[in-house]
Design a protein around this ligand. Sequence first.
Ligand SMILES: Nc1ncnc2c1ncn2[C@@H]1O[C@H](COP(=O)(O)OP(=O)(O)OP(=O)(O)O)[C@@H](O)[C@H]1O
Length: 653
Amino acid sequence: MVDTLKKEHVALSDQVKLTFESFPGQDVLKSVQLLGAEYEVLKRKYLKESSERRQLYNEVIELKGNIRVFCRCRPLNGSDIVNGSAVSVVNFDSSPDELQVICSDSSKKLFKFDHVFRPEDNQEKVFTQTKPIVTSVLDGYNVCIFAYGQTGTGKTFTMEGTPEHRGVNYRTLEELFQICEERHGIVKYELLVSMLEVYNEKIRDLLAENSTEPTKKLEIKQAADGTQEVPGLVEARVYGTEDVWEMLKSGNRVRSVGSTSANELSSRSHCLLRVTVIGENLINGQRTRSHLWLVDLAGSERVAKTEAEGERLKESQFINKSLSALGDVISALASKSAHIPYRNSKLTHILQSSLGGDCKTLMFVQISPSTADLTETLCSLNFATRVRRIESGPARKQTDLTELKYKQMAEKLKHDEKEIMKLEDTLQKVQTRLIAREVMCKNLQEKVAEERKIRLKQESRLAVSAQPSTSTLTAVPKAAKKPPLNPSGRQPLRRITNFLPPPPERRPSLTKNAQGILKPKRRVSIAARPPSSPPTTRVLQPKRRVSVATLRPDTTCDMITSLSTATSESPSGSRSIRNQRKARYSRLFAPIPEIRTSVEAKPTLTGSSRKFAGSPTQAESRMGRHPTVLALQRKSLVWSPLNLRSMRISGRK
Ligand SMILES: Nc1ncnc2c1ncn2[C@@H]1O[C@H](COP(=O)(O)OP(=O)(O)OP(=O)(O)O)[C@@H](O)[C@H]1O
């Protein structure tokens, strides 16, 4: 035995003995290298093509509409014949995606959908149209397909079908398995199936063991990745169509059904089949996880029509409420609303991750051709039209409008930015100019200050040189004969000069006389009556305006005017007239108690009269109550630097 084995070993060793020739030659190695490079190029190309195909496929689906509506009409059945409503109110003569409903008043209503299935269309035909959408799940998109319609119109038939006429659910999984097989070696797929129902707003796991028994409460929770999950829900791994069929059968067995007047085995709950696809690209290692929801909704029957009461009535109310919530969500999605009311029902909440966004949604609107169901048929068709119209009609337009609006906004933004830049440039220029002007202004101010200094010096010199002559011109000699006008030691009133008062800081440098001369004077206008009669009757008529100069009110200097001086020196012949006039004016203006006749008394005028403090009193001391002076007491004096200036000029002359 051992010998035999040894011999076999030697023989085999001889067979596999490696010789020098047995190593691949350089040609072979080169070929292998070339093949390797070629493989890498092909792999890259494949990935690129595959990505492009997915993208184009997705674009095709999007162009057709992410929310698509198919209409399916069931054939007339036995009960329709029994009820005497075996005449079809639905007409399919127009086109493959249109149907007409003949209303009770014989009018026809046209409805248009993405596809219309006639009563004679079989399950296969239905699935052919459905296939492109469901296979998106293998490319990583979430898909949701649901059947909506009145009780007994074939929702369960379309989605689940029968062993002989299998529906969308089974065919979908069959198709998925087939594609998985085709992509074997490139993408590795894992398919998991869950089955649940939403009954009276409660979630029930149809794949859980002993599902008939009350199980723990299932709730919808948001996962870390933002998707909606139902913790505790059974996820069964399926490897082939047989597994799927068995699972669907077991799930359907425990589904809540009840008998209504419209359907003997009416679905009283929403049945949801969830297929989770986990894909791993074996070439680039990319992983995807997506959901496909296949939903057989409960019937949208009217409560009154189904004669529901008690438990059935409660079911119907829950059904209608959740269907209404679904309609709201679809409408909001289609109209790109900012808020999608997913949480208004368990049904929409659980489907949240598969409705909207990049998800593909397909709605089957199931109708009955029977005249007895005309109202329900019209209701369902109107609802479906609304859903579809929002997406492919006005909603698309609205989307386009939104895009247009965004484009316009972007353009406006660009335009505004340009404008802002322009304005900023202008602002910068203006600022530069402003700075330049400020510098210029400063220079000018400095120049002005310099000039002012020089001028003041000149004026000071002039004032000093003009001192002797000025003293002769003043009324001081006359005033000297009179009692002192300013017993309080205030500056005596000087003759009006046209010299500008020196600025305060310059005063100390001036001589005493010059100070007296340069006391600020004030020119005012007073009213005086022009002489209209011979000199004997010539009296001061307070009509003509004459200019008189007064001291500035803020100074305590007394005012003296040529007029007052003239009046005080008027001939004694006119004294009686003056006295008469005095009496008259005294009547007119008297009493003026604040004016004191005593030159010794310091004036105690208040308010506006204080402005003339000193001057009128002293004037009065010389001329009594002269009307002009009295008028002055009552008139506001106008201080004008221009007058001063003209005075100064005339003074120089
Ligand atoms: N297109 C069709 N071809 C043949 N039979 C159909 C078709 N549609 C529906 N049926 C039949 O009509 C009956 C009622 O259908 P189904 O139970 O699917 O209605 P449903 O809309 O699911 O009702 P419910 O909402 O009450 O569950 C079933 O016996 C089904 O086989």
